[in-house]
Ligand binder design. Structure first.
Ligand code: THU
Length: 130
């Protein structure tokens, strides 16, 4: 998991976050070993901001990967506290990643906390409900 942290930290400067000055990066590991990164990308129209987790997942899906190809994701920031994914990202992760995929939150120093994707959003509304 140290490799995921280092890779996420490496792309943190790519965060486009001039409005919040809150940089977030995510590193997504696929089962084939490939690692796909994402950062938060903000907009002057604030509501159009895309979080780091969703950037990484949308990139993976844009490349043709799907839920079953995904192993785990790590999210890091410049904060000393653990930052966990926002509600919108939990909803998207729930649909686009396996229920049992590991979600790691890391502090700026590389300490990590790990939860299962399904535990981040109990009683989720999912594609199975449609
Ligand atoms: N942000 C993320 O990238 N991921 C999250 O799960 C929480 C929030 C971003 C969105 C915005 O650019 C900044 O952090 C402050 O909310």
């Amino acid at each position: 998991m140290k490799d995921l942290y280092k890779i996420a930290k490496g792309v943190l400067p790519n965060s486009y976050s001039q409005y919040s000055n809150f940089k977030v990066a995510a590193a997504l590991r696929l089962k084939n070993g490939e690692i796909i990164t994402g950062v938060n990308v903000e907009n002057a129209s604030f509501g159009l901001t895309n979080c780091a987790e969703r950037s990484a997942l949308f990139t993976a899906y844009s490349q043709g990967y799907r839920k079953e190809d995904i192993d785990e994701i790590l999210i890091t920031t410049e904060q000393e506290d653990f930052i966990s994914p926002c509600g919108a990202c939990r909803q998207v992760m729930r649909e686009l990643m396996p229920d049992d995929a590991k979600v790691h939150f890391s502090t700026v120093n590389g300490e990590t906390k790990t939860v299962l994707n399904k535990d981040l959003l109990p009683f989720a509304f999912t594609e199975k409900d449609l």
